[in-house]
Design a binder for this molecule. Structure first.
Ligand SMILES: Nc1ncnc2c1ncn2[C@@H]1O[C@H](COP(=O)(O)OP(=O)(O)O)[C@@H](O)[C@H]1O
Ligand SMILES: [Mg+2]
Length: 402
């Protein structure tokens, strides 16, 4: 099963391109679902049909679904939020403020992705296309299970047992209600489900496509997304430049746009070397309905297969050397000076710092749980080369001596 995500700044044409790609997939004989996790549901407008929170058929083999993010949020978070609210209540926090505090920014979008897990597991689809929220940045929240891995396997079960036995005593002593078993269950379930979604989205059959329009600010955001997505292990396999003005027969006003778009398109090409950059012209009318969307997508991909599995190296790989191994992590646009590395047992902490003169990527941190083969080694050095962070691991001296 192929999974394709479309992301990009608001209004660039994510829903349009996602819907068009889905229409092509269905026409090619694949059972296709296109689902949107973006709260601004434009899929219904693109197809010009009423779409519910369950898959709705819009053409042969083509189904559309708009995930009810609010509902999903309540299902997954309500139990945990309820507990947090009682704690904040005891602490004297104003209920309205407490409500605000227990909402994690971006959480709704990520929880909407839990639907992907259900649909992927249903066996009903050959292709699932996700029309994502404006910035794929929220996908980094999916790294939470990985970051909490150590805590969840080693500390959490103990804590749970301790709380269970000592609950009456602790509640009285601390004056704070202790979580019920159901809260622990909810945390564990959420952890597992998010981890499954992350595994699905970083797997070999999944990839992300960046949609942009040829404008400086839009490109800047697409570049940032490319870096963050790579850092968190998601594979970007193509870029779609949408709403490109045709040069033929342009009046002065449009000719001005053609020139400035050309300049940005050159920067697009430089920014995404090694990735296909597909184009779609600015149409005289909104592409609405299956035929118009299919037309647009057919023009975008030309002779390329829109569903081709990503080829080449993914964002993350490990090469063995005689003395140890080298970990390669794609980090486009970033310089060595912007990367901090720290080692904490079997975890590697990678921090991107926004340097003054740097890429403008922003600050991010990923806690990468090292595979067992690497965890035994010491980190011997790191460099950034051709958009890739390379971390060298070597046997420890004492191991070599024995
Ligand atoms: N190539 C294009 N030519 C003309 N209009 C377009 C094109 N691509 C998208 N649009 C229109 O632009 C608007 C925004 O597109 P949409 O796909 O909803 O963006 P997003 O999902 O990124 O917010 C819609 O009205 C859509 O019909
Ligand atoms: Mg949209």
């Amino acid at each position: 099963m192929r999974v394709l995500l479309f992301t990009g700044k608001g209004g660039v044409g994510k829903s349009t391109v996602a819907a068009g790609t889905a229409a092509l997939a269905a026409a090619a004989g694949h059972r296709t679902l296109v689902l949107s996790t973006d709260a601004a549901h434009s899929l219904a407008d693109a197809f010009d049909v009423r779409v519910g929170s369950e898959p709705t058929m819009v053409a042969e083999r083509l189904y559309v679904q708009q995930v009810d993010a609010q509902l999903r949020f309540e299902q997954s978070w309500a139990e945990i939020q309820g507990y947090l609210l009682t704690v904040l209540d005891v602490a004297g926090v104003d209920p309205v403020a407490a409500e605000e505090l227990t909402v994690i920014p971006g959480a709704e979008e990520v929880l909407a992705l839990l639907e992907l897990r259900l649909q992927a597991g249903s066996g009903q689809w050959d292709v699932i296309i996700v029309d994502c929220a404006p910035t794929a940045e929220t996908l980094r929240l999916l790294a939470l299970p990985e970051a909490l891995g150590w805590y969840m396997t080693r500390v959490f079960p103990i804590e749970r047992r301790v709380v269970k036995t000592l609950k009456p005593v602790l509640s009285r002593a601390a004056g704070v209600p202790m979580p019920e078993d159901s809260v622990f269950d909810a945390v564990e379930r959420l952890h597992r489900e998010l981890d499954e979604v992350r595994a699905l989205l970083s797997g070999p059959e999944a990839s992300v496509r960046l949609v942009l329009t040829p404008e400086q600010v839009v490109l800047a955001e697409a570049r940032r997304s490319y870096t963050t997505l790579s850092l968190f292990g998601y594979r970007v396999d193509g870029v779609i430049a949408n709403r490109v003005f045709p040069a033929e027969g342009a009046d002065d006003w449009r000719a001005g746009w053609v020139v400035s778009q050309d300049a940005v398109m050159e920067r697009v090409a430089e920014s995404f070397v090694g990735l296909p950059v597909w184009r779609s012209v600015y149409r005289p009318a909104e592409p609405v309905g299956v035929p118009a969307l299919s037309d647009l997508a057919a023009e975008v991909y030309g002779a390329d297969d829109p569903l081709a599995s990503p080829v080449g190296q993914g964002p993350f790989r490990i090469d063995r050397t005689d003395r140890g191994a080298v970990l390669h992590l794609a980090l486009p646009f970033v310089s060595r000076a912007e990367v901090d590395l720290a080692r904490n047992g079997d975890e590697l902490v990678i921090t991107l710092r926004a340097a003054d003169t740097g890429s403008g990527v922003g600050s991010y941190r990923r806690l990468l749980t090292l595979p067992a083969v690497l965890a035994r080694y010491r980190t011997a050095g790191a460099r950034v080369e051709r958009g890739e962070l390379q971390v060298r691991f070597e046997e420890r001296a004492e191991e070599r001596a024995t």
